[in-house]
Design a protein. Structure first.
Length: 174
């Protein structure tokens, strides 16, 4: 609950135009957003909060958008030497009566193989697919950049046990 109140306070501080949400049954998707990636970026990260006001848990099991060739749920793990790597999550649990926050440095939506450039102010249509709530249509707002180039992050571990590929995504240390 404290996390939810903190998130709500942060949203109130931001401009009213920047905060948006979608309600579907017991779920509320709060401010789905993508920090503006570099014009040449091949990937971007998406963030939001998902509040479950219901009496039973739900699970986010998929994401679809025409803005990327692939959209997945990732979490960030940091090794003892400070190197961050992305790990693919098959599902994201949304406990009853709780709010799950996808934020920089933690869980996020990873958009890989961007099919268009994303500019501040754009609204990017997507569908979040939940086990119980089904398909929920949202729009990710492209916000001012967070200064992190997500196209340089290591996404090689999205297959458990797989080695990171030797490509520009390797070796992010943020």
């Amino acid at each position: 609950m404290k996390l939810f109140l903190g998130l709500m306070a942060a949203l109130m501080i931001s401009t009213a135009a920047a905060a948006h949400s979608v309600k579907s049954g017991d779920l509320e998707i709060i401010h789905p957003n993508i920090p503006q990636p570099a014009a040449s970026a091949k990937s971007a990260a998406g963030y939001m909060a998902i509040a479950n006001e219901g009496a039973s848990a739900d699970r986010l099991i998929g994401i679809e958008t025409a803005a990327a060739q692939k959209a997945m749920i990732h979490t960030t793990e940091t090794s003892a030497d400070g190197v961050a790597r992305m790990v693919h999550l098959e599902v994201l649990e949304i406990p009853a009566g709780d709010t799950v926050v996808l934020e920089p440095g933690g869980m996020h939506v990873m958009l890989m193989g961007l099919t268009q450039s994303l500019k501040e102010g754009d609204m990017v249509p997507a569908a979040l697919i939940f086990e119980q709530a089904g398909r929920v249509e949202v729009e990710f707002m492209v916000d001012p950049t967070d200064g992190v180039d997500h196209s340089k992050m290591n996404h090689g571990s999205m297959n458990p046990g797989a080695e990171a590929p030797a490509d520009p995504h390797a070796g992010h240390s943020n």
